[in-house]
Design a binder for this molecule. Structure first.
Ligand code: FES
Length: 178
């Protein structure tokens, strides 16, 4: 974990336990979750017992104690989306990715979350990926969408491997004595 971000978050906040939630929000925004190391730093700097930092961080849904996947698939389960089949979307995402909501795939690429309303009820059911909305979603469309993200990820890995091989190949050629 890169602690330099923590230094700037905690700067000027020594011994101010009332700032706990504000600081947790800043940490969540910077790191995407609340790392254990960050909780220790918060505890030391604000003068709040570590157990209390952990209690508050785990109580509020806004704070995550584990990093999310690279692609966060969010299914809206508000009333309007629910009556239009949000549960089918959730079932599709969970069976396709092999995880439950709140979990992350082993490769760290996907996580599934649900929310109570994304504020676009007339266009439901809605699924979003890293904050970009997909309206009038169906399980079939969601399956294709997740497949396309997986394919793009595989392509990226392939490209990275090829360029790594080229670089190391060129290096080997350059250092091999003639
Ligand atoms: S209930 Fe889904 S956007 Fe409002």
């Amino acid at each position: 974990m890169n602690l330099s971000k923590m230094e700037s978050i905690l700067k000027g906040r020594d011994s101010q336990p009332h700032l706990l939630i504000e600081v947790l929000h800043d940490v969540q925004e910077s790191y995407g979750y609340i790392p254990e190391e960050a909780m220790r730093e918060i505890s030391k700097t604000l003068g709040v017992p570590l157990i209390e930092v952990y209690r508050v961080a785990s109580f509020y849904k806004a704070f995550k104690l584990k990093p999310s996947g690279k692609h966060v698939i969010t299914i809206c389960n508000g009333t309007a989306c629910h009556v239009r089949g949000a549960q089918l979307l959730m079932d599709q995402a969970m069976s396709q990715l092999g995880i439950k909501h709140g979990e992350v795939t082993e490769d760290g690429l996907f996580s599934i979350e649900h929310v109570n309303c994304l504020g676009a009820c007339a266009l439901g059911p809605i699924a979003s990926e890293n904050g970009s909305y997909h309206h009038k979603m169906t399980p079939a469309k969601l399956r294709k969408f997740i497949n396309s993200l997986s394919r793009a990820e595989k392509e990226e890995v392939k490209h990275a491997q090829v360029s790594h091989e080229r670089t190391t190949g060129a290096y080997r050629e350059a250092v091999t004595p003639r």
